[in-house]
Design a protein around this ligand. Structure first.
Ligand SMILES: *Cc1c(COP(=O)(O)O)cnc(C)c1O
Length: 448
């Protein structure tokens, strides 16, 4: 193949394939399961200290009175944007049958699909970054003190103030939705640069809120690049940089501390006898990376995190396995980055995130689009829960760990085999509650 002679970071693809035979399986768009050889249970570098995650947590608490007032649907959580953790026993039985393997332990769904305000995991990082920016602006202009009741921000005076500033973001859909909804509510002018994958309903919803939406015929990386370029020329514009943002990452990391509270309340132990497995759908990496980073801070070697990507967009797996991070794209190896899992349609991973998690992540795997829809329909049938396709990527995780040879070797290496009957598995459901009914019906009736 011609592409074999393409140079990627100083070597031909052929050479990269010799070094990492897994690339051949990725190229053929097969489902793969990869254990991270760099994974370490101790002595990991700590580029972000726990203190910073707690600061983010505290900031979200300062904003809670504002959120509760501006978004009444968050009143029952006192203005905290949080999602339920639900047992999905029927689905556990289904997965066991479908993949013909016993799934010992308990299976849970972390329902970020039902996060208030924007119905996806982006309601964590995206909203956090906008709130932090708004707070900084108001503080530096003497319009706000840390001790104030932040509900005052929900007034014409502050909206007028924020209207002199703007926000921009590049997105496959859900990040744009989160930034757009919270930004417009605060009074900012918001521009969202949407990749070709973005669903029409997400763009329409944003336009209905007064957000300016630019559409691109190319993929996510290009939309981000354009957004970044346009924002550069405007000192009053804050660009939410999905590929490099520490604030987004921190907003996602807070989820781990919230999850710990939920597990404590349910009296679910996570310790050396009760391992926790977490399966996270991955696009550019920020959402699953931030959550993983937080989880490793909280649960250390007792939590095992796996990323899940579409077979046509395995950018993080490719970046981690080769160690090239953002120096290699799925297009470089001949994949088209086309998937119905729009939230995961990213061809080039974030280097920032890849470096943050390269020794923390246990592994990653890929899943075919057809399988996402089968699982979407099964979850609807067994649990009456409706998710968007991206959000199902984590679902086969427990079966993959138990069934694949490399998964079993991992369990053996970390002495987990005998503990699996006491394990908890959390599938991170990353989006879906805002999908319009007609589109959800199409998903539910789709036959491949
Ligand atoms: C964005 C998104 C993800 C992945 O998050 P990244 O930060 O891009 O890795 C997963 N699922 C859904 C539904 C998303 O919108």
């Amino acid at each position: 193949m011609l592409i074999d002679h393409n140079y990627i970071a100083g070597r031909t693809l052929k050479e990269w394939k010799l070094k990492h035979p897994l690339i051949d399986d990725l190229i053929s768009a097969q489902e793969v399961f990869w254990i991270n050889p760099e994974y370490k249970t101790s002595n990991n570098p700590i580029p972000i200290e726990e203190k910073e995650i707690h600061e983010a947590e505290t900031r979200l608490i300062r904003f809670a009175p504002y959120i509760a007032q501006a978004f009444p649907e968050t009143q029952h959580t006192g203005g905290l944007i949080e999602s339920p953790l639900m047992p999905i026993q029927n689905m556990q039985g289904y997965i066991s049958k479908r993949f013909n393997i016993e799934i010992p332990g308990h299976l849970w769904l972390k329902c970020d699909s039902h996060l208030p305000i924007s119905g996806s995991i982006k309601a964590r990082g995206g909203i956090y970054e906008v709130l932090k920016h708004a707070e900084t602006l108001a503080l530096t202009h003497g319009l706000l003190k840390l001790e104030d009741d932040y509900a005052i921000l929900n007034s014409p005076k502050y909206r007028e103030f924020f209207s002199h500033y703007s926000l921009a973001v590049g997105s496959t859909g859900n990040l744009g939705l989160s930034i757009g909804v919270i930004g417009a509510k605060l009074g900012f002018r918001v521009t969202v640069h949407m990749s070709a994958d973005a669903k029409a309903w997400k763009k329409e919803l944003l336009r209905s809120k007064g957000v300016q939406v630019f559409e691109y015929t190319s993929d996510y990386s290009k939309a981000v690049e354009e957004g970044r370029r346009q924002a550069e020329n405007d000192p009053r514009c804050h660009f939410v940089d999905d590929e490099n943002s520490r604030d987004l990452f921190l907003g996602y990391a807070v989820a781990a501390y919230r999850l710990k509270e939920q597990l404590d309340k349910l009296k679910i132990a996570v310790d050396s006898d009760h391992p926790l497995f977490v399966y996270l759908p991955c696009g550019v990496g920020g959402g699953p990376g931030g959550v993983t980073y937080g989880l490793k801070q909280v649960f250390k070697e007792n939590v095992h995190c796996f990323f899940a990507e579409p077979t046509h967009s395995p950018c993080m797996l490719l970046g981690l396995a080769t160690g090239l991070h953002d120096q290699i794209s799925v297009q470089d190896i001949g994949l088209d980055n086309r998937t119905e899992a729009d939230g995961l349609a990213v061809g080039r991973a974030s280097r920032f995130v890849g470096k943050m998690i390269e020794t923390l992540l246990s592994g990653a795997y890929t899943i075919k689009d057809e399988e996402l829809f089968i699982l979407l329909q099964a979850l609807n049938k067994t649990e009456n829960l409706q998710l968007e396709p991206s959000a199902l990527a984590g679902m086969p995780g427990p079966a993959r760990v138990s069934k694949t040879q490399s998964g079993r070797e991992y369990l053996k290496q970390f002495d987990l085999e005998k503990k699996m009957s006491k394990a908890n598995h959390i599938v991170w459901a990353t989006g879906g509650s805002l999908v319009p009914k007609e589109i959800m019906n199409q998903y539910l009736n789709r036959r491949d």
